[in-house]
Design a protein around this ligand. Structure first.
Ligand code: C2E
Ligand code: CA
Ligand code: CA
Length: 789
């Protein structure tokens, strides 16, 4: 069963469609017939040779008839051969059958003289005949294999004929020969079947490949017809050999003229002249092509008329049957829109939209590129700059004016920038500049001054005269730092110190600044634990009504009892707490403590608590205050909150709302350090305040006030405040003469070392008792000279 199935498989293609079966038949027919002119000639030649050599052993007539029969059949085969050559003619089953019969008849005719002659011949002639017959069986099996029926009939007829001849000879050697002949014939038959099977499967594989090729062709056609992409194909030297219509269209050329042109050459030729980027992009494509490795989305520029377009090319190398590189095949698509969007995105990502300068990200990248980590780098100078009065302009004259000021700064600095230098706006009113090169201290400072000078000329924005003032910090690489991050830190520390030194100043980084910066960092970390460890405490400084001599309130002032460094004043850690945001939880703690403490005091004494701008801007402020009051059960009107101008300026409408919220609670709001800011009293009027605290700088100036300038200012402040229904408290009163001067100006509430320094909590009750009793050193000192009052 299995053998018959196997034989069937060798003879016919399994599961083949009729079309395929017909194709196989045609190929079998053509393959078997292609040698027919030679085999027929050989067969006829053998027949004639046999007839002429052995005609004496038979009758010549028989020999002639025999030869003629063979010639006739062979002629019929030649007719079949000619039929097979007719183009497009499909072979039918009948053609194959006829061919098989022709082969069978010729084989039978050729076997006849063997049967007839072999027993009569001498040994030599027998050997000759056996050899010729074996050769005929082998050649036929090989040549006729594509049509297995023909091959099998041929082998069988000749094999059977020769076997009969050997039996007729009837000798021991011939019996052995017979066995060998049978084995040989069977082997030949199997060879015929195997070759036929191989032939059929080859034709089937070819058919499949052809079909796939057709499908791929159809798909490609469809792809080119419907998609915006196109196909391209080049030879090994990069010359186009497949030029799709779409590619020709995209290049604005005729497809016929493009074949054979170099792809890169064509792209280059679209440009009258190439920019550096365009050149680089085309060079990159050339590199890819030289690399002979598949690549994806290589973007190249193309000039279509006056329109610069971008293509993304994706391709695979083509290899021939010996795996040798023979060209490229790929797809191209027009990605101009994506490219334009990318360029715009890059521009947005790397440039400041307001000034057109590089932004922080781009600047950072440039600095990091100039100072590669662990790599060699060229010396350079980093300048960072911060505008001193931007906030004031922005807040008092509006954001539009602020923006114009920022643009003006960029406009003035841009002409100073030389080759290889990078100017950026890092954000807000912060600018930075990279200047490659090595500079001495003096050169650095004069460069910084040069920048400040460029800004110094007043500018007019919407007819308003504005002075641009800035502070500059400088640091050099590798002298001060070798990494971008460290260099930024150094320049920032220098900027910090320039601001500290009174603004409109240039400072070059030095080691001392570094030590300060490190100190700030250690404070930052330690402050995180100070609250948990209970290292914070409040001292209270009394505020006195000099007319009644009564204590009206205490201002809560924060201290940090540091493990190693002793008692630290707030100036050493509050700015840092503000930077880190720690001020919010610390401020909440202060509020709670101050309210609890105030509960221990007589009812008419209030507690004043300082709020930093960061705290004031926090949404949770009113809630925290309400909480502190409720927890301590303190009446809100005994709480005064001291805020600074910077709190009002940062978000004026938000500030107005917060103040209203605090006043709705019943608390009072005082403006601390009044006179040090930029705001006019008229501007401050718009906030519902209760009190102004005159900054201690004014109080101190009263002592050295030869021209009476400070007195005039303080008097004006007090009068205006009174007119606006605001109370005034003078801060920093240290001497009896200050007290006296202020009192004559109409200021009755005062605070300062003249009355008392800030007092630790545990000493407050003693202080109050002494004050009340009219005893105590402080009281005596404060009011000891009634004549002076
Ligand atoms: P401030 O609100 O202006 O506080 C008054 C400062 O002046 C206190 O310094 C006080 O000790 C000092 N002072 C009082 N009388 C005199 C005087 O006659 N002469 C002189 N030269 N100075 C006097 P302190 O306690 O070092 O506080 C400094 C600043 O720290 C405060 O200035 C305030 O702005 C801030 N601060 C203090 N405690 C807190 C707090 O709990 N929270 C917030 N956010 N800031 C606080
Ligand atoms: Ca204060
Ligand atoms: Ca103050």
């Amino acid at each position: 069963m299995r053998i018959t199935q196997w034989i069937r498989d060798c003879v016919h293609a399994r599961d083949a469609s009729e079309a395929l079966a017909q194709q196989i038949r045609t190929r079998q027919f053509q393959a078997a017939l292609q040698l027919i002119p030679f085999t027929s000639t050989t067969n006829v030649g053998i027949a004639i040779a046999t007839a002429s050599a052995y005609h004496r052993l038979a009758s010549p007539l028989v020999a002639i008839v025999w030869v003629l029969l063979i010639v006739a059949v062979e002629l019929d085969s030649v007719r079949s051969f000619r039929l097979s050559k007719v183009r497009g003619r499909l072979a039918q089953m009948a053609d194959l059958r006829r061919f098989a019969w022709q082969s069978g008849i010729v084989a039978t005719l050729l076997a006849m003289p063997v049967i007839w002659l072999l027993p009569q011949l001498d040994v030599d002639n027998r050997l000759l005949m056996a050899t010729v017959t074996a050769g005929l069986i082998g050649t036929g099996a090989f040549v006729l294999a594509p049509v297995p029926a023909a091959g099998l009939l041929w082998t069988a007829c000749l094999g059977i004929g020769s076997s009969i001849a050997l039996i007729l000879v009837n000798g021991p050697v011939y019996w052995v020969l017979l066995v060998m002949l049978v084995i040989y014939s069977v082997l030949m038959a199997v060879t015929v079947l195997l070759n036929s099977r191989l032939f059929i499967s080859n034709v089937q594989a070819e058919h499949r490949a052809e079909q796939q090729g057709q499908v791929v062709g159809l798909l490609l056609k469809d792809f080119e017809g419907s998609s915006r992409d196109w196909l391209w194909e080049t030879d090994a030297s990069g010359r186009l050999n497949h030029v799709s219509m779409r590619l020709a269209e995209a290049l604005g050329r005729d497809a016929a003229t493009l074949a054979g042109s170099s792809l890169i050459g064509l792209l280059r030729a679209t440009f009258p002249s190439l920019s550096r980027e365009e050149n680089q992009a085309l060079d990159a494509l050339q590199l890819r092509l030289n690399g002979r490795r598949a690549f994806r989305d290589q973007v190249v520029p193309v000039m279509a008329g006056n329109d610069l377009r971008w293509w993304a090319l994706t391709a695979k190398p083509l290899l021939d049957s010996q795996s040798r590189f023979c060209g490229w095949r790929g797809v191209g698509s027009d990605t101009t829109e994506i490219q334009r969007r990318d360029i715009e995105m890059t521009r947005l990502a790397n440039f400041d939209s307001l000034t057109g300068l590089a932004n922080r990200r781009q600047f950072q990248a440039c600095l990091e590129a100039a100072l590669p980590l662990g790599g060699q780098h060229q010396p350079l100078l980093l300048l960072v700059m911060d505008l001193d009065n931007f906030k004031a302009v922005n807040d008092s004259l509006g954001h539009l004016m602020g923006d114009q000021m920022l643009r003006e700064v960029a406009r003035r600095l841009s002409p100073l920038i030389g080759e290889g230098q990078v100017l950026a706006r890092l954000g807000g009113d912060e600018y930075a500049l990279i200047v490659p090169g090595e500079f001495g201290d003096g050169e650095c400072e004069s460069l910084g001054q040069h920048v400040l000078d460029a800004l110094r000329e007043p500018c007019y924005i919407n007819a308003v005269r504005i002075e641009i003032r800035a502070s500059v910090g400088l640091a050099c690489a590798p002298r001060h730092a070798s990494s971008a991050e460290q260099l930024f830190k150094a320049a920032d520390a220098a900027l910090y110190s320039a601001k500290d030194a009174g603004r409109d100043t240039v400072r070059l980084f030095n080691e001392e600044m570094d030590a300060r910066a490190r100190h700030r960092l250690s404070v930052m970390t330690e402050l995180g634990h100070a609250l948990e460890r209970g290292e914070l405490e409040l001292h209270y400084q009394p505020q006195i009504n000099v007319r009644t001599r009564a204590i009206v309130g205490f201002e809560a002032l924060l201290r940090w009892r540091h493990g190693q460094r002793g008692l630290l004043p707030p100036d050493e850690f509050i700015p840092i707490a503000e930077e880190t945001g720690m001020i919010v939880p610390i401020g909440d703690w202060v509020l709670q403590q101050a309210c609890l403490e105030a509960m221990r005091w007589p009812e008419k004494i209030f507690v004043a608590v300082n709020l930093s701008a960061v705290q004031f801007a926090s949404r949770s402020l009113v809630g925290s205050i309400k909480n502190a009051l409720t927890q301590a059960k303190l009446s809100a009107n005994r709480l005064e909150l001291e805020i600074t101008e910077s709190s009002l300026i940062q978000d004026s409408s938000g500030a107005r709302e917060t103040i209203k919220g605090l006043r709705t609670l019943g608390a009072h709001v005082a403006l601390d350090d009044f006179g040090t800011g930029y705001s006019s009293l008229a501007y401050l009027r718009s906030f519902p305040l209760d009190k102004l605290k005159i900054d201690r700088a004014f109080t101190h100036a009263l002592d050295r006030d030869e021209q009476g300038e400070s007195s005039a200012i303080v008097r004006a402040i007090i009068q205006l405040a009174t007119a606006l229904n605001l109370k005034t408290t003078a801060e920093g009163v240290e001497t009896a003469s200050q007290l006296e001067a202020l009192r004559t100006m109409g200021c009755n509430e005062m605070q300062g070392y003249h009355f008392a320094k800030p007092i630790p909590t545990e000493k407050i009750s003693t202080f109050m008792e002494e004050w009340q009793a009219g005893r105590g050193a402080t009281l005596a000192q404060a009011f000891s000279a009634p004549a002076a009052l």
